[in-house]
Design a protein around this ligand. Sequence first.
Ligand code: C2E
Ligand code: CA
Ligand code: CA
Ligand code: CA
Length: 279
Amino acid sequence: AKSSGKNNFKFFTEKMREEINERLHMENHLRQALLREEFELHYQPQIEIASGRMIGMEALVRWNHPEWGMVYPDKFIRVAEDTNLIIPLGEWVLKEACRQISQWSQQGLDQVCISVNISARQLKSRHLFSLIDELIATYNIKPGMLELEITESAAMDDPEQTIPRMKKLRNKGVALAIDDFGTGYSSLSYLKLLPLTRLKIDRSFVKDIETDPNDAAICAATIALARILGLGLVAEGVETEAQLEYLRAQGCDSAQGYYFSRPLPEKDIMAFFACHQQE
Ligand code: C2E
Ligand code: CA
Ligand code: CA
Ligand code: CA
């Protein structure tokens, strides 16, 4: 059928209105979810490649909605960021992660650090510093047990602002990782100035590591870069033995991905840890 420009326009505005409505709905649902405490954290183990030991885990937020079931972050993190709800949500995530660190430490899981994703907005909020101080004191945790993951794009957006902020965080003793490394635009001169402890190679480079020579080269170069800068390294999204073997051969320290484990609910972590301790 022949469609006139006018009809296209009408279709477009209706679609836009639908999207705006959906966002407003989502925003209201998120507000309610925060009040009703419907969020939970799952934890994805990070494995030291040489030893097979579990050395850390990444906290990943899930929304356990009473009717919709488990909702994953790709459905709500963007809206939370656009509406500033990421500030209270991010605060809840940090608090829950610190509570969990303290609980697990008392149960003997005291060498396994927990990584928390920090959004660009959170990094810009002044409240982050006092929040971290308060949580470390309240839960009486070793600051080094907490790692903050900041995406490469958030760290490199306005580096004159972000570098001092990251230094201030690092000075508290928390670990600092650059997340999704390779997808942003870091210049090496800035990277050198960041007070980092680890780099995380983005999953998109690991995915086709065996078949795409460019991806393989990017992984190898990142591994070399981390070594030169004296940083730890985690490869994300490792799904196969072949990917793991390539990373091992290149000298990558540690890996995270479905090959080892999906993100697990709190109750399953102790059992996983028991199977992945020192031989
Ligand atoms: P991310 O930080 O890059 O987290 C890694 C994502 O990859 C997680 O998705 C994880 O479940 C998934 N993943 C891990 N291993 C594999 C694998 O082997 N194969 C595949 N296909 N996927 C794997 P998830 O949990 O859905 O989180 C998506 C994104 O949402 C995260 O990406 C992060 O950017 C954001 N996010 C999650 N939790 C939080 C949070 O508490 N705060 C903030 N600000 N962002 C969060
Ligand atoms: Ca992450
Ligand atoms: Ca990542
Ligand atoms: Ca990623």
